[in-house]
Ligand binder design. Structure first.
Ligand SMILES: C[S@@+](CC[C@H](N)C(=O)[O-])C[C@H]1O[C@@H](n2cnc3c(N)ncnc32)[C@H](O)[C@@H]1O
Length: 244
């Protein structure tokens, strides 16, 4: 499956459009409490490099299949173990008190089979008493319907230039897949980059079936980053899970 994050041009723009946010505060608290943490789909590594900068002295591993993203992580610090790889195809034998999958990376798992493989991998990476934490956008809030050219995102590059990102999403498929084009333009409206991505939206009861198939049980479930309960209107389905 094509991974758009393998493209250095995509990786170079990632932090501009994904700056520190309340989701990162949520996960940072969990990482700071965990002696050893694995961030699967770590991307440019913002979560773990911030944990290190905040004084985390334990074992921090960031895993991602996209070298272009890891190159950015490495350019910030070598004081985190950045590893290239796919969560589901690594062999794990404990070692971590926390496994995270943040920034909606979980939605890049496009089938039941890959999702159960990934969740199983997260479970097998845990030490006894460990926790996994991830979020997926709430399917009932239908975020993709607002991924249209009339809802642009604007960001500022490190050199001060302004860039704009617009999405153009196709309708959701019966399998819950949403494919969208993401187009980045400069201040003059010239196209810098255009990518096509697919994400999966899962009904929460289906997610819970997949968690159970992976030997996991829900420990906490929230609908927003300030831990409000999940409702049909909640933007996120935030899950903390433990081995069943
Ligand atoms: C939207 S980015 C999120 C990055 C980071 N977690 C954040 O919050 O900024 C999704 C990342 O997941 C990675 N990814 C996709 N499939 C993966 C898999 N099977 N295992 C691990 N990482 C994966 C991509 O390469 C990409 O860097």
């Amino acid at each position: 499956m094509h991974n758009p994050y393998d493209d250095p041009a995509v990786a170079a723009l990632y932090d501009t459009f994904n700056p520190w946010a309340p989701c990162d505060d949520f996960y940072l608290d969990l990482v700071m409490d965990a002696p050893a943490a694995l961030d699967a789909g770590c991307g440019t590594g913002l979560l773990l490099r911030t944990a290190r900068a905040h004084g985390h002295t334990g074992h921090l591993v960031g895993l991602d299949p996209a070298d272009a993203m890891l190159d950015i992580a490495r350019s910030h610090t070598r004081d985190v173990h950045w590893t290239r790889g796919d969560l589901a195809t690594h062999t794990w034998n404990g070692g971590f008190d926390l496994v995270t999958m943040t920034g909606h990376a979980f939605q890049e798992l496009l089938t039941d089979t890959t999702t159960v493989q990934a969740l199983t991998a997260m479970r097998t990476a845990l030490n006894p008493g460990g926790l996994i934490a991830f979020e997926t956008r709430n399917i009932t809030a239908r975020a993709w319907e607002r991924w249209t050219p009339d809802h642009p995102w604007t960001g500022t590059l490190p050199d001060g230039r302004t860039v704009t990102d617009t999405h153009d999403a196709r309708p959701i498929t019966p399998q819950g897949l949403v494919t969208f084009t993401s187009t980045t333009t400069d201040a003059d409206g010239h196209e810098i980059l255009s990518t096509v991505s697919t994400l999966r939206f899962l009904a929460t009861d289906h997610l819970d079936t997949l968690l159970a198939a992976a030997g996991l049980t829900v420990a906490e479930r929230h609908g927003t980053w300030d831990r409000t309960p999940l409702t049909p209107a909640s933007p996120e389905v935030i899950t903390l899970a433990r081995p069943a």
